[in-house]
Design a protein around this ligand. Structure first.
Ligand code: GLN
Length: 483
């Protein structure tokens, strides 16, 4: 049963081949057996899951037939879940029980999804390896010596290991797409404003966007259909109708114009990944697509710009964790200043502190113009590059990451080496456009992801191309050995 995709589960539940309770029990048993080797869950909510599964079965018995009704999922632990610990993988929120559900959680629950628990991640979603968690690193089911990517690494590992058919994630600079690539999954970062951020603990508010990680584009379409849409509680959420993502899957690709940015295929890209990406391009050509080279010249400035803007926003967002209002408080504070200093000093991990320091510096008087403002100007140039490119092509394609999954600990004491892994993903967040990563082969037994980028609100096009590719290939169906 654990091998079923969400689409297959929907058919099985509708045909009464199994109930949501049976399915949820089977997956909870699998989590208990296999997750100690992966560390993908921070919290398993077995009792609540079975309660939700019973409710879903009752709704089906009463004649309801929604595609997600009774489907098990799990949430990245930065989505607030009412009555359940929401830690953001930080010591500072270790005992924080959210008083309300995030909009994404609420919408998926209303669609009938059963949440099995909360998934591990990099602390406050800062990272690319899921090693900075207060609850210990997550392992990649394809090779337990390797990282699963990050920051949504728990989501990726759990779905790749077939502990749960799909999960939520968040993507500030690649945190859905990069772990999807490193674990052979399909992951979608929607257009900024497509999915509500309400109740999603903020990292960098102008970049953060929630989205699905699953085993196929079809499953991502199912989830996004429930997640997307206007929410008056998030002032940046766009009031625009949600496309029919399931109908979009079936469009033929004839005439699709794909752009290959020359900057994506230069130095720094592992040539074996480049080969896999070009093989994917050949496959898409067979399906009717045409291909041309394009330029995204401002991409060379993306990493420095992102690593000013994201920490700047983080330093501001994380000021709310002060030992007073949320979570951890130091023992015996001697004064208010001592309370702030020690609660934050003891509560935050190294990477989070590094970002708060960098961000505070970049925003301080005298440096604001030199760093923050400059970075914002680069951001505008990156956006212009994409808008120009989309005059010529319908879709941009390239590798999701420059390298396959690396060994645990390998980049642990070299933050810049880890930041460089984000080169292909962060531009989509800086511009606000949607991006998807899909499985496209293997190198030394480790998965390779191809990234597709589309114009604003063209999530349907991304899912369409990925689905058509997945009808013609079987990379996405391969499972790691032992899972
Ligand atoms: N790796 C990037 C960072 O550390 C992106 C993380 C994310 O998307 N949440 O900021």
């Amino acid at each position: 049963m654990h091998r079923l995709t969400l689409a297959q589960i929907a058919r099985g539940l509708a045909a009464k081949e199994f109930s949501s309770v049976e399915l949820s029990e089977a997956l909870l048993a699998r989590i208990a057996e296999l997750d100690p080797g992966l560390n993908s869950f921070i919290t398993v909510t077995a009792e609540q899951a079975l309660e939700q599964a019973r409710a879903a079965d009752a709704r089906r018995a009463a004649g309801e037939n929604g595609a997600l009704l009774g489907a098990p999922i799990a949430h990245k632990d930065l989505f607030c879940t009412k009555g359940v610990r929401t830690s953001c993988a930080s010591k500072i929120l270790d005992d924080f029980v959210a008083p309300y559900d995030a909009t994404v959680v609420e919408r998926l629950a209303a669609a009938g999804c059963v949440s099995l628990g909360k998934l591990n991640m990099d602390e406050f979603a800062m990272g690319s390896a899921s090693e900075s968690s207060h609850y210990g690193p997550v392992r990649n089911p394809w090779n337990s010596e390797c990282v699963p990517g990050g920051s949504s690494g728990g989501s990726a590992a759990a779905v790749a290991a077939r502990l749960v058919p799909a999960a939520t994630g968040s993507d500030t600079g690649g945190s859905i797409r990069q772990p999807a690539a490193l674990t052979n999954l399909t992951g979608l970062k929607p257009t900024y404003g497509r999915v509500s951020r309400w109740g999603m603990i903020a990292y960098a508010s102008s970049l953060d966007q929630g989205g699905p990680l699953a085993r196929s584009a079809e499953d991502c379409a199912l989830l996004l259909s429930a997640m997307a849409g206007f929410d008056p509680k998030d002032s940046t959420c766009v009031d625009q109708p949600v496309d029919d993502y399931l109908a979009a899957l079936h469009r033929p690709l004839a005439g699709l114009r794909i752009g290959l940015p020359r900057e994506y295929f230069g130095a720094g890209l592992d040539p074996r990944l480049s080969d896999a990406v070009m093989a994917c391009v050949e496959e898409l050509k067979k399906l009717g697509a045409t291909v041309k080279e394009i330029g995204l010249p401002s991409m060379q400035h993306a990493i420095p710009a992102y690593y000013v803007i994201a920490p700047a926003e983080a330093s501001s967002n994380l000021s709310r964790f002060d030992g007073v209002r949320f979570g951890y408080r130091c023992e015996n504070p001697q004064s208010l200043e001592d309370l702030y200093k020690r609660s934050r000093g003891e509560g935050f991990g190294t990477e989070v502190k590094r970002r708060i320091m960098v961000g505070t510096y970049a925003l301080s008087a005298g440096y604001y113009d030199a760093y923050y403002l400059k970075a914002q100007k680069i951001r505008r140039l990156i956006r212009s590059d994409f808008i120009g490119a989309f005059q010529e092509v319908d879709l941009i394609l390239g590798p999701t990451t420059p390298n396959p999954a690396w060994k645990l600990g390998e980049k642990g004491d070299d933050p810049v080496a880890a930041y460089l892994e984000d080169i292909y993903t962060i531009t989509a967040n800086l511009a606000g456009i949607p991006g998807l990563s899909m499985p496209a082969g293997f190198v030394d037994g480790l998965p390779v992801g191809v990234q597709l980028l589309a114009p604003y609100f063209q999530e349907g096009r991304l899912l369409n191309v990925a689905h058509q590719y997945q009808q013609a290939t079987d990379w996405h169906q391969r499972a790691p050995e032992g899972y």
